[in-house]
Design a protein around this ligand. Structure first.
Ligand code: KIV
Ligand code: ZN
Length: 386
């Protein structure tokens, strides 16, 4: 099995479905170009049948971006596939992503259909898409809640029909990591012809397990992951691109690589957050404001002695200049002394540091964060007194 993991970014499709996050075509092109610099393999550029705006965005992104494959989403409906194919006409590398719900609740309530009929519709959609493009990805919507034996029948049938990638979405974010991993393993072991297609994960974060489920899928044989910048997406969102990329970078022992240029992670996160008007939670892994901030005295002391005591990633690897030592009432003398040095304040004796530190603690009890101006003021007053 290959040790290369393909990154399929759906920020501009699943991510952009979030209410209030809609982008215009110019903004989508900006994001697509950033994704190209980031090194993603596939950009899901939209759902072209859904609106003329989405159709146009797929056209323009196809013209603007050359290296990644451009993908367009469809239902298992011929008209959708016709429109998607038309929207991809300028793409250098193109993929149609078609599919249908496979869980019993989707079959019964959404389609009022039967398991056998769903397989027929899935196969027809893949065959129809194959008339337009070589690269056809099939999604089994709600695969997370689809019984494994039936899912294997669906996947085997669509691979026979020509699907090059098979997407196993945990659409509702319900699966446990072990359950999702077992599902992928089951497909690897039971689907005839599985080696002809790449298995893809597509995990939602309703119970906060999207990244864990995606990783479990990869460890069990998936070689494409569907992700978004900052983990944005329907409801609680999708798996975060930055989390998967950094897990694989930090855990070289897993032995799987991506093409992600990780130093572009932070700029991409900022761009998506500001264009979509969607703040990143401060404690968000990898890209949150506090992801590399050290505020307690014990941690600050450790980091100042050796950064690896509390940092498993180098902030520079994700495109940040440096970690930050945030001075609060929990900070110790060592952090204050370090900051005084950075600010160019020469304090000649340990007693002088102590004096400033006592004043610093009084001020810190009144403020959430003590900034550089405050420190200069404290140091200046103290120097003047001395
Ligand atoms: O979550 C999901 O099942 C999807 C599919 C359309 C791929 O987004
Ligand atoms: Zn989704």
């Amino acid at each position: 099995m290959s040790d290369r993991l393909f990154i399929f970014d759906t920020t501009l499709r699943d991510g952009e479905q979030v209410p209030g996050c809609q982008l215009n075509t110019v903004e989508k092109i900006q994001v697509a170009k950033m994704l190209e610099q980031l090194g993603v393999d596939v950009i899901e550029a939209g759902f072209p049948i859904s609106s003329p705006g989405d159709f146009n965005s797929v056209i323009e992104i196809s013209k603007a971006v050359t290296w990644p494959t451009i993908c367009a989403l469809t239902r298992a409906v011929e008209k959708d596939i016709d429109v998607a194919a038309e929207s991809l006409k300028y793409a250098k590398h193109k993929r149609i992503h078609t599919g249908i719900g496979t869980s019993d609740s989707h079959i019964r309530y959404k389609f009022n259909s039967t398991r056998d009929e769903i397989i027929e519709r899935a196969v027809s959609a893949v065959r129809y898409a194959k008339k337009y493009v070589e690269d056809v990805e099939f999604y089994a919507e709600d695969a997370g809640r689809t019984e494994n034996e039936y899912l294997a029948r669906v996947i085997e049938a669509v691979i026979k029909a020509g699907a090059t990638v098979v997407n196993i979405p945990d659409t509702t974010g319900y699966c446990l990591p072990s359950e999702y991993g077992d599902k992928i393993k089951y497909l690897v072991e039971h689907v005839d012809g599985i080696d002809k297609a790449v298995i893809s994960t597509h995990c939602h974060n309703d119970l906060g397990m999207a990244t864990a489920n995606t990783l479990s899928g990869v460890l069990n044989g998936a070689r494409q992951v569907e992700v978004t910048i900052n983990g944005i997406g329907e409801r609680a969102g999708n798996t975060s691109l930055e989390e998967i990329a950094m897990i694989l970078k930090c855990h070289k022992d897993i032995g799987i690589d991506t093409n992600i240029n990780t130093v572009k992670i932070y700029p991409a996160s900022r761009m998506v957050s500001s264009l979509m008007n969607m703040p990143v939670q401060p404690n968000k892994a990898v890209v949150g404001r506090n992801a590399f901030a050290h505020s307690s005295g014990i941690h600050q002391d450790g980091v100042l002695k050796n950064v690896q005591t509390y940092e498993i990633m180098n902030p520079k690897d994700v495109g940040l200049d440096d970690n930050s030592i945030v001075l609060t009432a929990r900070s110790g003398r060592a952090a204050l002394k370090y900051r005084l040095g950075v600010l160019g304040v020469k304090v000649t004796s340990e007693e002088a540091v102590d004096k400033i530190y006592q004043k610093f603690l009084k001020l810190a009890d009144q403020k959430k964060e003590v900034n550089d101006d405050d420190i200069l003021m404290l140091a200046g007053a103290d120097t003047a007194e001395a």
